[in-house]
Design a protein around this ligand. Sequence first.
Ligand SMILES: *[C@@H]1O[C@H](CO)[C@@H](O)[C@H](O)[C@H]1NC(C)=O
Ligand SMILES: *[C@@H]1O[C@H](CO)[C@@H](O)[C@H](O)[C@H]1NC(C)=O
Ligand SMILES: *[C@@H]1O[C@H](CO)[C@@H](O)[C@H](O)[C@H]1NC(C)=O
Ligand SMILES: *[C@@H]1O[C@H](CO)[C@@H](O)[C@H](O)[C@H]1NC(C)=O
Ligand SMILES: *[C@@H]1O[C@H](CO)[C@@H](O)[C@H](O)[C@H]1NC(C)=O
Length: 478
Amino acid sequence: MDMSWISITNFSLFLLLASYAEAQHVIFDIRKYGASPNRDMTQALKNAWKDACASTNAAKILIPTGTYKLGQVDLRGPCKAPIEVQVDGIILAPANPDKLDGNAQWVKFGYINFFTLSGGGTFDGQGQTAWKHNDCGRNKNCKKLSMNFGFGFLNNSIVRDITSKDSKNFHVNVLGCNNVTFANFSINAPATSPNTDGIHIGRSSEINIIDSFIGTGDDCISLGDGSRNINVLRVTCGPGHGISVGSLGKFTYEEPVEGFTVKNCTFRNTDNGVRIKTWPGAPGTITMSDLHYEDIIMVNVSNPILIEQDYCPYNQCSKETPSKIKISKVTFKNIKGTSATPDGVKLICSSSVPCEDAKLSGIDLTFNGAPTTAKCANVKPTSHPTIFKGGVLVIVHCSTDCNNKPMRKFPSYIALSKTPLYVLGEVYSTGLLRFTPPPKPKRPRYKVNKNKYCWFHKDYRHNTDECITLKDEIEDLI
Ligand SMILES: *[C@@H]1O[C@H](CO)[C@@H](O)[C@H](O)[C@H]1NC(C)=O
Ligand SMILES: *[C@@H]1O[C@H](CO)[C@@H](O)[C@H](O)[C@H]1NC(C)=O
Ligand SMILES: *[C@@H]1O[C@H](CO)[C@@H](O)[C@H](O)[C@H]1NC(C)=O
Ligand SMILES: *[C@@H]1O[C@H](CO)[C@@H](O)[C@H](O)[C@H]1NC(C)=O
Ligand SMILES: *[C@@H]1O[C@H](CO)[C@@H](O)[C@H](O)[C@H]1NC(C)=O
């Protein structure tokens, strides 16, 4: 039989099936409900939603090209069949924040199974006026501003090709969702716009953010409590404050964060790259585990890799009591590029619950052409050798804390009947201590106290009995 005939037939069959599938969608054109460009379409959209949601065949609401005004809407399911909203136009929020209830989002979609938001359209929150009045950093009772989108209690849903612009507050809030994918999703707001986080996720699982572009004034993506199996793939972040887990710990009742992967992402001129933050002096005791950051490019990022368990902006808390949130199974792998500060890696874990099972490998970050430094507290990352530029082999040393003070691994030490100096003398010959000398002190030699010699470091600085690194080694042994 003629082969070309078969393939042509198959192709026609494919076309036939495709148009059949398309025909299966019942179209609800917003114009049929009285919407027209440059006018308010709130009521038209509400009416179209009511009909589309009641359709027993897959329904599609069409918002064609053109600019439309839209007030606050809360579009809910459950719907009888899958439902799609295709937005090709530009939709404008009221510029005046008083026209929206700040406790709710501007556009809400909720309680729907198989929901799709698609099209090349833009939701413009017109936040410029509102940003000027935002004093929430200083004022706890500040006026709440509406976020552009609220996606609540959605299952098996997709948001694609859409742009969220100039939200008054966060762009997107994802709550109580399961299996939702954001693809080719764009977020735009100026670097100076306050609190305009890109996508905030809480109490949700299986959320994917792929092939997306986020440039805004706060975190590009942030994870709240109860986030499980969240995947971020091929996302560009910048400007913005990076991709954050937290801040968490502020409240007693929070759910754990489990399973977060950030892969093949680029950060450009952001304040942070990948960040995990928890509050000290706060009641929260949840755990955060399985957080993986891999194949990431940093371009002029101020804090490329950051764990901050002493996160306390505007001195809103007491740093006296450490965070009670336990972080474990964190990997930072193959992270390359440039830092805007000398600190490439800062892992400041809690002294009451040190980080566990932290791994760093393939970290190649430079500041002004030189390798960046790593500072750590209450964590001993196991690192595969890390090759910095220039071929220098550096195992990320976490021997100092953020103030360049020697770092202690244990919050307290078992009381010894003999001094550390005596123990050192006893164990030296046994080879029990496996210790690579810490790097030379950064402070100038003339400032070193010549009266204090540490046998362990084989250097002047402090006496052997005061040596934190030795105490840590002994604690490890007993
Ligand atoms: C979404 O899934 C959850 C868990 O399976 C279920 O309880 C809920 O009813 C679903 N929601 C909708 C709108 O289908
Ligand atoms: C997740 O949702 C998508 C989009 O509706 C669907 O195609 C896919 O089958 C769902 N995945 C699972 C595991 O249910
Ligand atoms: C991504 O979305 C834009 C519209 O925002 C569209 O023009 C473009 O074709 C989409 N890209 C892909 C790969 O679908
Ligand atoms: C991630 O990026 C690398 C290098 O650019 C590429 O080889 C790889 O295929 C990408 N992986 C995914 C899952 O996109
Ligand atoms: C790098 O980042 C710093 C601090 O954010 C900024 O001042 C500087 O302009 C940036 N440099 C470039 C080349 O973008």
